[in-house]
Design a protein around this ligand. Structure first.
Ligand code: OMP
Length: 273
């Protein structure tokens, strides 16, 4: 998907919501466990219930890989089921030497037809560039993550006086463009989103951490939105596990609609309509 197509979707739907598809067999409603593919059945009903209110889906690979070959099958079926006008993110957090990275890119962009993949930047340029060679596919680079441990390395000061995550943003802008690279910026530190926006005015940010991790949508939107929106805000557990009963899809619909309504207000306030 191109940047223009993504922005068009955001304007059309009045939403920059990304729904995280993190299906956990210990959490999905018990009545689904008897179906032949409970993970796909769960995702299918979540997608049916939420696709009007979001512009992206982000399956996190851990939840599928943990189930072995069956998990990969559920993932493949899920990606094929997502409507083609929605942006898809393989949350795989890959990062390896060039020839290996090329095969990761093939796996997710060609075999599975994802629009994008999350990538860790710390092995440097040759580990990221192979992902950028695919037309209309995106790298979503980890910059300032939402977890407590993000401070361990990302906030270290380099000899230039800048933090490591700032170096990542500045350096990586020599590799990719706002047309094929996004940055992961956790919602749990909205103040950082404002600082990062100054370093990368045009790029899209994937912002996880709203909902279960306590990030604030209003604050994130105020600090991070640019003229094209420039944000994809992810929520996983707060949407997909809004109810653990037979009404889980209805509950997911309610939660995603609530976020979409709030998002449409912020888009309007920022003139992104
Ligand atoms: P919830 O906390 O349930 O909304 O899920 C957040 C999702 O975003 C999970 O799939 C995480 O792996 C992912 N995530 C973070 O929570 N923090 C980050 O900094 C980066 C990611 C990610 O790359 O998506």
């Amino acid at each position: 998907m191109t940047r223009a197509q993504l922005v068009e979707q955001i304007r059309k739907k009045g939403s920059y919501l990304c729904v995280g598809l993190d299906p956990d067999l210990s959490k999905i409603p018990a009545h689904l466990l008897a179906s032949p593919d409970p993970v796909f059945e769960f995702n299918k009903q979540i997608i049916d219930a939420t696709h009007e209110y979001c512009v992206a889906y982000k399956p996190n690979l851990a939840f599928y890989e943990a189930l072995g070959p069956k998990g990969w099958e559920s993932l493949q079926k899920t990606i094929e089921y997502i409507p083609k006008d929605l942006f898809t993110i393989a949350d795989a957090k890959r990062g390896d030497i060039g020839n290996t990275a090329s095969l990761y890119a093939k796996a997710f962009f060609e075999r599975m037809n994802f629009d994008s993949i999350t990538v860790a930047p710390y092995m440097g340029e040759d580990s990221v560039k192979p992902f950028l060679e695919f037309k209309n596919k995106w790298v979503v680079l980890l910059v300032h993550t939402s977890n407590p441990g993000s401070a361990d390395f990302q906030l270290l000061e380099s000899k230039t006086g800048r933090k490591l995550y700032e170096e990542v943003i500045l350096k990586s802008q020599q590799w990719g463009t706002p047309e094929n690279m996004m940055y992961v910026v956790g919602a749990t530190r909205a103040d950082k989103i404002g600082e990062i926006r100054k370093l990368a005015p045009e790029h899209f940010f994937l912002v996880p951490g709203v909902g279960a991790q306590g990030g604030d949508l209003e604050e994130v939107s105020k600090m991070g939105m640019n003229k094209d929106c420039g944000l994809l805000v992810n929520s996983s557990r707060a949407i997909i596990y809004a109810s653990s009963g037979r009404d889980f899809a209805e509950a997911a619909k309610r939660e995603s609609q609530k976020l979409q309504l709030e998002m449409s207000k912020y888009l309007e306030q920022n003139g992104v309509t």
